[in-house]
Every structure is written in structure tokens, then in C-alpha cells.
Write a protein that binds this ligand. Structure first.
Ligand code: ADP
Ligand code: MG
Length: 390
């Protein structure tokens, strides 16, 4: 893969695909981590005298302009962080985008409006995507993909445009690929994976791919209840995926899966609900497990001790509510304290690290791309990477 650093960008128009898909609450950015992560490439291209055209998506608009998903708040934050003017085009490839690009000077930055306002961006039809990619490519001389979080998508701004322009990988994509390859190829042992989050079904493929390669798999979060149920325990009203029980039983046969021994069980999915720590094997029928308990944090901490390679994906509980954040905090602290290669993957896991105020630099790497990292670990070919490798 060629890197952005290998390109001659002075005076050239550079189309950059960034991952600026930040969480918004009523128009306010609640976590600007992805914008911050995208800064180094944009800054470097601008400083080298490139004319920088950034394209990105936000949320899931239905292929048409929708003010709720405008990149306006992102443009404002990007400008503050970058310390350079960032002009937001009001459309993606329309007249305002065209004139914004035409007026770009060396060192200037334009952010095109949410690329998913164009239905063609995500179209399954190659010709439709291609026609849109032609329009995007016409804006630029070079293409740099820095949106690791989107490389598993065969989208126009990720895949087709790279076929049309001289291209390179940005530093985020390069760093992610390097770390994932270290996890996949001959990882230093012991290799421990910690998985959480809400659903087993979301992660089943990655669990199946990882299990033969890891020494231990620690399971928390909403998905642990399907495993506990598969062992024959009652899980009350906790998250349960009945159609995954059989697969969980098979995974348990590996002897590598470690489950929580206690959980924080609440009367309702609410921060105000009555809640107690109970044995994981004795969850009352009217309670739901919303976090792993303190003995489980201790157990997971012991299993992590001495690990040389750790991949952690998915919060251990509903960390967004303070009474159920201790499990995620405890496991995050245990992983952060290790000396080996420690990788955090997943949008919510990365957000949890920041929300809980844990110093990000204590991990080797925090992945910005949840789905993309998981698919890479599953061994899938990611279209956005394959196209850069040509
Ligand atoms: P990531 O984005 O890191 O891959 P996921 O999207 O799989 O993580 O899961 C994150 C979500 O899982 C969080 O919003 C969290 O509230 C939820 N979650 C964790 N534990 C539980 C639980 N016990 N019950 C319900 N939801 C849970
Ligand atoms: Mg998530």
C-alpha cells in the first residue's frame, strides 16, 4: 500500500475520505474523537500546499439531504481543531461543492456535505456508484483514504473513487492495518480477547474466527447472558438471543471461554432502577444483568495478567449509565495496565475509554473502526483496502 507521505501534493487537489461519523446529541457533538483522529492527515496535506477536499458520512440519512445529518457541526469543530478555515459545501457534488473546489487555494480545506446524501454512494449497482464516483473523482488529482471505519464498505467514496485516481492510504488506515496484522499473524502469547457489547449475533463470526487463535476469550456485556443460558442458568430478563444458544454451546466446548461469576442485576433498564450484585448463576427472574460484578472484574483481571497480546471489543455493561459502568472501567484499567500489545476495537468501547476518563495512551492502539476491524479479524477481504493495495 502506498502511503499519503509518498505523494507529491503541493498544488494538487487531494480528495480525502475521512471518518468523521461522530455521535451527535441534538446537533451537539458528544465525542469528537474521530475528528481529532482525522486531523494529522488533513493538517499535513494542507501544510504541504495541497488543496484538500474532505468527504465523509454522518449517520444514516436515507440517500437524500436531511438537515439532521448535516456535517455543519463537524465542519465547525474541524475548523477549531485544525486552526484553519474549513469551508462546508452545501452539497456533495452539486454547484456549491463545485465552486468550493474551484475556489480552493493551496493549503485550503473544503468539507463536502454528508456523502450519504447521495443515494449512489451506497448503491449496490456498480454503474450507479461509478457514475457518482466519476463526479467525486473529477474534483481531485489524488485520493487518500483515511477512513478505516468505512473500508469494509463497497461505497463510491471508499472503493470506486480509488479506481479512478492515483491513491494512497492515510495514516489511520495504515496504523489500523499494521496493528490488525500483528493480532492475526503470530501474536505473542498469551493472547487474550475480551468481548462484550450487546449481542452475540453481531460478533459471532469474529468469535468463531478468533477462538482457535486465542488462549482465552473473556465474555462480558449483554452477550454473556446467552452463554450463561447455554450453560443452563436462568438469566431473568437479561438480553438473550435464543437462536444463538446452540452456537454458544459449541463455543463453550473449546474450554477457552471465561464467563462472569457475578453480575449487577437491575429491576429495569434504567440508571434509577433498584440493582444488586448477584451470582451469575442465580439471576432472579425479574432482574436483568446490566454489568459484570466486582468478582468478575477481579477474575478477568487475573486472566489478563501476563497477557502479551490483548484485543478488547465491547463494553462489559451499560457503561452509559453510571451504576453499570464499573465493569467496563475495571476491565479497561486491567487492559491498560498491561505491557504487551493492547488493542481496543469498537466505536462504543473507544467511546467508553474516553467517557470513563482513561488515558488513551495507555493502550497500544484504539481502533476507530468497529465493524471494519472485526471483519478484518474474521479474515474477510475489505473492498476499501483491496483497492488501495493495487
Ligand atoms: P462496540 O461498539 O464497542 O463494538 P457494541 O456496539 O457491540 O460495542 O455494544 C455496545 C453497547 O452494548 C453499549 O451501548 C452498551 O450499553 C451495551 N451493553 C453492554 N452490556 C449490556 C447489557 N448487559 N445489557 C444490555 N446492553 C448492554
Ligand atoms: Mg457499537
Amino acid at each position: 500500500m502506498r502511503l499519503a507521505d509518498d505523494l507529491q501534493v503541493k498544488g494538487k487537489r487531494v480528495l480525502v475520505r475521512s471518518d468523521l461519523n461522530v455521535p451527535l446529541d441534538d446537533g451537539t457533538i458528544t465525542d469528537d474523537g474521530r475528528i481529532r483522529a482525522s486531523l494529522p492527515l488533513i493538517r499535513s496535506l494542507a501544510e504541504q500546499g495541497g488543496k484538500v477536499i474532505v468527504t465523509a458520512h454522518l449517520g444514516r440519512p436515507q440517500g437524500a439531504p436531511d438537515p439532521r445529518y448535516s456535517l455543519a457541526p463537524v465542519a465547525k469543530r474541524l475548523q477549531e481543531l485544525l486552526g484553519r478555515p474549513v469551508r462546508l459545501a452545501r452539497d456533495v457534488v452539486g454547484p456549491d461543492a463545485q465552486s468550493s473546489v474551484e475556489e480552493l487555494r493551496e493549503g485550503g480545506v473544503v468539507l463536502l456535505e454528508n456523502v450519504r446524501f447521495e443515494a449512489a454512494e451506497t448503491s449496490k449497482d456498480d454503474a450507479e456508484r461509478g457514475a457518482f464516483a466519476d463526479q467525486l473523482a473529477a474534483f481531485a488529482d489524488l485520493y487518500v483514504d483515511d477512513a478505516f471505519g468505512a473500508v469494509h464498505r463497497k461505497h463510491a467514496s471508499v472503493y470506486d473513487v480509488a479506481l479512478r485516481l492515483e491513491h494512497a492510504a492515510g495514516p489511520l488506515v495504515a496504523a489500523e492495518v499494521e496493528v490488525l496484522e500483528r493480532l492475526e499473524t503470530d501474536p505473542e502469547r498469551p493472547y487474550v480477547v475480551v468481548l462484550g457489547g450487546s449481542k452475540v449475533s453481531d460478533k459471532i463470526k469474529v468469535i468463531e474466527a478468533l477462538l482457535p487463535k486465542v488462549d482465552q476469550l473473556l465474555v462480558g456485556g449483554g452477550m454473556c447472558f446467552t452463554f450463561l443460558k447455554a450453560q443452563g442458568h436462568d438469566v431473568g430478563s437479561s438480553l438473550l438471543e435464543a437462536d444463538m444458544l446452540e452456537q454458544c454451546r459449541t463455543l463453550l466446548e473449546s474450554g477457552k471461554v471465561v464467563l462472569p461469576v457475578d453480575v449487577v442485576a437491575a429491576t429495569a433498564f434504567s440508571a434509577d432502577a433498584e440493582h444488586d450484585v448477584v451470582d451469575a448463576t442465580a439471576i432472579p427472574s425479574d432482574r436483568m444483568g446490566l454489568d459484570i460484578g466486582p468478582r468478575s472484574v477481579q477474575l478477568f483481571g487475573q486472566r489478563l495478567e501476563g497477557a502479551r497480546t490483548v484485543f478488547w471489543n465491547g463494553p462489559m455493561g451499560v457503561f452509559e449509565m453510571a451504576p453499570y459502568a464499573a465493569g467496563t472501567r475495571g476491565v479497561a484499567e486491567a487492559v491498560a495496565a498491561l505491557d504487551g500489545l493492547t488493542v481496543v476495537g469498537g466505536g462504543d468501547s473507544a467511546a467508553a475509554v474516553r467517557a470513563l476518563g482513561i488515558d488513551e495512551s495507555r493502550f497500544t492502539h484504539i481502533s476507530t473502526g468497529g465493524g471494519a476491524s472485526l471483519e478484518h479479524l474474521e479474515g474477510k477481504v475489505l473492498p476499501g483496502l483491496a483497492v488501495l493495495e493495487d
